[in-house]
Design a protein around this ligand. Sequence first.
Ligand SMILES: [Zn+2]
Length: 340
Amino acid sequence: MTPGLIDCHTHLIFAGDRSREFELRLEGASYEEIARAGGGIAATVAATRDAGADELLGGALARLDRLIAEGVTTVEVKSGYGLNAEVELRLLALARRLGRCREIDVLVTFLGAHAVPPEFAGDPEGYIDLLRRDLLPQIAAGGLVDAVDGFCEGIGFSPGQIRRLFGTARALKLPVKLHADQLSNLHGAELAAEFSALSADHLEHTDEAGVRSMRRSGTVAVLLPGAFYCMRETRCPPVESLREHGVPMAVATDCNPGTSPVTSLLFVMNAAALQFGLTVGECLAGTTREAARALGRLGETGTIEPGKWCDLAIWDVERPAELVQRIGFNPLFARIRRGR
Ligand SMILES: [Zn+2]
């Protein structure tokens, strides 16, 4: 028996299909080339804006059911494929609805700063201003989200733009987290730490200074081996340094239509072990205790302790290591969420 599993980083709600992009990447195109040619996030944004609520909900529930079938009792869901006020608000409402459609706790994250929308091409500052002026106050007042996220990268937003966004979010008492240092080292880990972020996620290019600043701020490192695997990246996050400095490490699917079309937390545990060198104990803690910590929910779930929610997964295995070792194997015997 383990605590119910927790997937602390997903982009579960989207429309469209990115398998053509997968073929192009196999033929040699880079993620940046695809992004600059209108593929990548932009393609999913176009499809998501066109989709109706039923289509979006149906697709997300199908993916959510795969996670639930592996014993997941808490999941984080980000917006970020609308990139305008109307569709972002619709995605946030749909994310909340997922938690009423299934026996699962859903934490909702606003990722308006996922990419620069076509309406603001060449004017990312103008878009950040829109998020800060119009959207964040409305979102905070309505209690629509549990956290605010951003994509700090050459093809996303600069550290200066994220800093302005996070300044507004924190002033509105919204916790933050960041897609940091995935493709290059823009010192996203330090930036996240500066705002006492719940987590900094990806971190393939984070250096020692970044790790130290995360340690000081208590920011959790969320490792995403699904994206690393699907993008055939070669540079691993600094696991030894994170371990040495005592930075908690969580592991998540990053479920999204392009760079990590993954709906198995058991698979990413295996990938975290084999690609990043995590131990079995770290993989299990990374999808339970540390994932709860990354969501600010360690007081409620993530460990089996008196006073917490009774979120459990019961497995038909001889040893816990089987959950990490075996691939394409789902030995879930029973899943209990809040005692039921
Ligand atoms: Zn992500």
